[in-house]
Design a protein around this ligand. Structure first.
Ligand SMILES: Nc1nc2c(c(=O)[nH]1)N[C@H]1C(S)=C(S)[C@@H](COP(=O)(O)OP(=O)(O)OC[C@H]3O[C@@H](n4cnc5c(=O)[nH]c(N)nc54)[C@H](O)[C@@H]3O)O[C@H]1N2
Ligand SMILES: Nc1nc2c(c(=O)[nH]1)N[C@H]1C(S)=C(S)[C@@H](COP(=O)(O)OP(=O)(O)OC[C@H]3O[C@@H](n4cnc5c(=O)[nH]c(N)nc54)[C@H](O)[C@@H]3O)O[C@H]1N2
Ligand SMILES: [Mo]
Length: 704
C-alpha cells in the first residue's frame, strides 16, 4: 500500500457477522479505501471495546491472498479443486440454465438450498435468498443443526418466550454454566460473570470435559455425556424431598407437580450417581446449594443439545428454576437465548417474505445432508445444491457420506464463498462473496439485546458480491420480475425497522446510521416470569406436558440413554467403548471458519485427542503418540494428549477442522452420528462411540 502524507481516513461502524452469541459492534478505520484497523466499539455495553482471538484478525480474512475474487467454473473432476475464471454473466447464465434444465426434468424440488449462519445478519442470511428459493419452489431446508433441539425442549417446559437477560447475570449469586464453554464460545458474557463473582457469586460448570471455562470455575461437575437429565432429576429429587422448593411458586405457576414428584422417586441420589458417574454426595450438595442460594441462574447454550435426547435434557433442566422459584429474582431463572426479543421487535417477515413460499413443498433436514444426497430412493433426487453461509463438508455430521454425495457427477453444485473450502472444492460454480466490511447488514443477536447496523467500510474486493446481490441477479435471470426482487439492502433494512413494536421505540434507520447500534427498548427490571405468564398451552411451567404426550413422547421429564451408548446399544459399545465429544474447543476458529488462515491455524496448532490415562494405558498409547480414532462411519488420525481433561470412557477433540487440512485427510465429523434428536429435528453428533488405537504410520504418510 503506498503511503501518502494526506490520507483520507474514516471510521465506519459495523457488526461482527459471526454465528456467536456476542455479536460485537466494531469500528473499521479506513485509509484511502483500505481497511487498516478493526477494533471493538469501546462504548458498546456488551462488546466493551474488545473483540476475540478470532476477530481481532478479521482483516487477515478480508485481504487474504486466498480470497476468491472472481467467479469460477469447474475445470477438473468433481472435488479435484480445478477451476477456471469466468465472468459474472457466464457464471450466472450457467447457473440459471442448469436450474432451468433441472426444473424441466425433475421439478424445482430437485433443487436444495443449503445455508446456515456463516454470516448472521438479517439481510445476508435470511433476505433475498429466501425470496428467491420460495418463488423457485425449491425444497425447503430445515436449518436444525444448531439450537433446534434446545429450543424445542425448553418450549415444552416453559414455552418459547425468552428468559433472563444476559447482563442481569451480574445480580446472580449462584451461576451454573451447564454444558457451555463460555470463555471460548461466549467470551463477552465472562466479564459480567466475573462481576457477579466479585460480589460473591459461586460459579459451577457442568461439563464432561475440563474446558477452559471449567478450569476457571469454583466447582466443576463432570457427568458422563448425555446424562444431564438424570442429574437434573436427581437435583429435583433432593430439592423436593428436603422441602427446599418454592411451594407458593409451584402452586401458582406450574402444572403437574404431583406427577413430577412421583417420577422423582425413580431418581434417588444413588441411582443418579450410577447413571452420571458423579458422587451421590456431590449431587446432594449441588441440589442444596442451588435451591438455597439466590438469585440462582442456569446458563445452558448449545453443546448439550447435540444428542439423541437433547431436547429432553433441556426440557428437564428448564424445570429447575420454576421448582425453586428462581424466576422471582433479578438474576435468577434460565438464561438461554435472546434472538426472540429481536425477532419480536423487527419486521423480519418483510425481509424474508414467507408469503412467497409455495404450499406443500417438501422439507429436508440439513443435519442429514449426506443421507439425502446419497439416498437412491429419494424422489425427486437432489440434482442441484446451492450452498451459502455454510461449509457442510466440514461441519455436517457423517462427513464421508457428505463427501460421497458432493462427489456425485450428476449433482450440480453452486457454492457462494469467500474461500475455497472443502465444500467449494466440489462445486461446479464458485461465486465470490463479500465479507462483512464490504456489504450492508442489520445484525440481531442471540446473546444480548443490542441491534447493530453494519455499513460497508470498503468497496468489494475483486469482483465479490454480497449474497443478496447474487440472488437478486439470479432472480432476474430466472424471470422473477416482481419489484421485491429488485429491493436494495438498504430498503430491506428500513423495512425491518418499520415494525412499530415497542422494543424498537426510538430506533430509526437514521439513528442507527449515526450511532451504529441501539439497545432494544426493554423494561429496566426485566423479570419475565416473576409472576408466571409462561407461553405454554396452560400458561404455566409444565412439569407434566400434555403437548408432548400427544406426540407420543414421555410427558414427564426423564433420562433416556442415547442410541449410541453402553446402555442404548451394548453390542456397539463393546466394539466402540469410548464416547466422543467433538465440540467447539478452538479459541481461534468459529466453526470451520478461519481454519484455512495461517495465523489462526498456527495458534491452534493441530487437532488433539484428549484421552484419560487409564484408557491410554489399556491401549498402550503414549502421550503425544499418533492415534487412529475410528468407528463404522470413518476414521481420523490425530495426536493423543493424555491427561485429566476427560474422564475415563470419554474422549474429546475439536470440531471445525477441514478434512483437507487435517492429518490423514478427515476431521472429527468423519466419526459423528447423523441421527436426529428427540424433538426439534436437531443433530445427535455428540452421541458418537469410537475406539482409539496407536497409529502405525506407513512410509507414504511419514514417520511417527
Ligand atoms: N471460539 C468459538 N466460539 C464459538 C463457536 C466456535 O466455533 N468457536 N461457535 C459458535 C456457535 S455456532 C455456537 S452454537 C456456540 C456454542 O456454544 P456452547 O454451547 O458453549 O459450545 P459447544 O462447544 O457446542 O458445547 C459446550 C460444551 O458442551 C459440552 N457437552 C457436550 N455434551 C455434553 C453433555 O452431554 N452434557 C454436558 N453437561 N455438557 C456437554 C462440551 O464438552 C462443550 O464444552 O458457540 C459459538 N461461539
Ligand atoms: N462435530 C461438530 N460439528 C458441528 C458442531 C459441533 O459442535 N461439533 N457445531 C454445529 C453448529 S452449533 C453449527 S452452528 C454448525 C456451523 O456450521 P456453518 O454455519 O457451516 O459454519 P462455518 O463452518 O463457520 O461455515 C460458514 C461458512 O460461511 C462462509 N461465509 C462467511 N460469510 C459469508 C457470506 O457473507 N456469504 C457466504 N456465501 N458465505 C459466507 C464462511 O467462509 C464459511 O465457510 O456446525 C455444526 N457442526
Ligand atoms: Mo451453532
Amino acid at each position: 500500500m503506498p503511503v501518502s502524507r494526506a490520507r483520507a481516513s474514516a471510521v465506519v461502524r459495523g457488526a461482527c457477522p459471526h454465528d456467536c452469541p456476542d455479536t460485537c459492534a466494531w469500528q473499521v478505520t479506513v485509509e484511502d479505501g483500505v481497511a487498516v484497523r478493526l477494533a471493538g466499539d469501546p462504548d458498546h455495553p456488551f462488546t466493551r471495546g474488545t473483540l476475540c482471538a478470532k476477530v481481532n484478525h478479521f482483516l487477515d480474512r478480508v485481504y487474504s491472498p486466498d480470497r476468491i475474487l472472481h467467479p469460477l467454473r469447474r475445470a477438473g473432476s468433481k472435488g479435484e479443486g480445478k477451476f477456471e475464471r469466468v465472468t459474472w454473466d457466464e457464471a450466472l447464465d450457467g447457473v440459471a440454465d442448469a436450474l432451468r434444465r433441472i426444473i424441466e426434468t425433475d421439478g424445482a424440488t430437485a433443487i436444495l438450498p443449503y445455508s446456515y449462519y456463516g454470516t448472521q445478519g438479517l439481510i445476508q442470511a435470511t433476505g433475498m435468498d429466501r425470496r428467491f428459493f420460495a418463488r423457485l419452489g425449491a425444497s425447503r431446508l430445515e436449518r436444525n443443526v444448531c439450537t433446534a433441539a434446545a429450543r424445542a425442549g425448553i418450549a415444552v417446559t416453559m414455552g418459547n418466550r425468552p428468559g433472563m437477560l444476559p447482563e442481569d447475570i451480574v445480580h446472580s449469586r449462584f451461576i451454573i454454566l451447564w454444558g457451555t464453554n463460555t470463555i471460548v464460545t461466549n467470551l463477552h458474557l465472562w466479564p459480567f460473570i466475573r462481576e457477579a463473582r466479585e460480589a460473591g457469586a459461586t460459579l459451577v460448570v457442568i461439563d464432561p470435559v475440563k474446558t477452559r471455562t471449567a478450569t476457571a470455575a469454583n466447582w466443576h461437575l463432570r457427568p458422563m455425556p448425555g446424562t444431564d437429565a438424570a442429574l437434573a432429576l436427581g437435583m429435583m429429587h433432593v430439592i423436593v424431598a428436603e422441602h427446599l422448593y418454592d411451594a407458593d411458586y409451584v402452586a401458582r405457576h406450574t402444572v403437574g407437580f404431583d406427577r413430577l414428584r412421583a417420577r422423582l422417586a425413580e431418581y434417588p441420589s444413588e441411582r443418579v450417581a450410577q447413571i452420571t458417574g458423579l458422587d451421590a454426595a456431590e449431587i446432594i450438595r449441588l441440589a442444596r446449594a442451588y435451591a438455597t442460594t439466590r438469585p440462582a441462574v442456569i446458563r445452558p447454550l448449545v453443546g448439550m443439545e447435540h444428542r439423541t435426547h437433547g431436547a429432553m435434557a433441556f426440557r428437564t433442566i428448564a424445570c429447575l428454576p420454576a421448582l425453586v422459584g428462581a424466576w422471582r429474582d433479578r438474576g435468577g431463572g434460565l438464561l438461554h437465548m435472546t434472538h426472540r426479543l429481536h425477532f419480536q421487535a423487527l419486521n423480519a417477515a418483510a425481509v424474508e417474505m414467507p408469503e412467497l413460499q409455495q404450499p406443500g413443498v417438501r422439507a429436508i433436514n440439513m443435519v442429514q445432508l449426506g443421507r439425502v444426497l446419497t439416498d437412491p430412493d429419494l424422489r425427486p433426487p437432489i440434482r442441484a445444491l446451492i450452498v451459502y453461509n455454510s461449509n457442510p463438508a466440514a461441519i455436517a455430521p457423517n462427513q464421508n457420506l457428505v463427501l460421497q454425495g458432493l462427489r456425485r457427477d450428476d449433482l450440480f453444485t453452486v457454492v457462494l464463498e469467500q474461500f475455497l473450502t472443502d465444500t467449494a472444492r466440489h462445486a461446479d460454480y464458485v461465486l465470490p462473496v463479500t465479507t462483512q466490511v464490504e456489504h450492508w447488514d442489520l445484525n440481531w443477536s442471540w446473546g444480548h439485546t443490542y441491534l447493530t447496523l453494519n455499513r460497508p467500510a470498503i468497496a468489494p474486493c475483486g469482483e465479490a458480491l454480497p449474497n443478496s446481490e447474487i440472488f437478486r441477479r439470479l432472480a432476474q435471470r430466472m424471470g422473477f420480475h416482481d419489484p421485491c426482487y429488485r429491493e436494495t439492502d438498504e430498503e430491506m433494512i428500513r423495512k425491518a425497522l418499520d415494525s412499530r413494536h415497542p422494543y424498537l421505540h426510538g430506533i430509526t434507520f437514521e439513528r442507527i446510521m449515526q450511532d451504529g447500534w441501539a439497545s432494544l427498548s426493554l423494561p429496566e427490571d426485566y423479570r419475565p416470569f416473576a409472576d408466571g405468564g409462561f407461553a405454554t398451552p396452560s400458561g404455566k411451567v409444565e412439569f407434566y406436558a400434555e403437548s408432548v404426550a400427544a406426540q407420543g413422547l414421555d410427558p414427564l421429564p426423564a433420562y433416556v440413554p442415547a442410541r449410541e451408548s453402553p446402555a442404548g446399544d451394548p453390542v456397539l459399545a463393546a466394539r466402540y467403548p469410548l464416547a466422543l465429544i467433538a465440540a467447539k474447543s478452538g479459541l481461534h476458529f468459529l466453526n470451520s471458519t478461519y481454519v484455512n488462515l495461517p495465523r489462526h491455524r498456527r495458534a491452534e496448532g493441530e487437532p488433539l485427542l484428549d484421552l484419560h490415562p487409564e484408557d491410554a494405558a489399556s491401549r498402550g498409547i503414549r502421550d503425544g503418540a499418533r492415534v487412529r480414532v475410528f468407528n463404522d462411519r470413518g476414521s481420523v488420525e490425530v495426536r493423543a494428549r493424555i491427561g485429566d481433561r476427560v474422564r475415563s470412557g470419554v474422549v474429546a477433540m475439536p470440531s471445525g477442522w477441514w478434512a483437507s487440512l487435517s492429518p490423514g485427510g478427515s476431521s472429527a465429523n468423519a466419526l459423528t452420528s447423523d441421527g436426529i434428536s428427540d424433538l426439534g429435528g436437531g443433530g445427535d453428533f455428540h452421541d458418537t462411540l469410537v475406539e482409539v488405537e496407536q497409529q502405525h504410520w506407513t512410509a507414504a504418510r511419514g514417520s511417527p
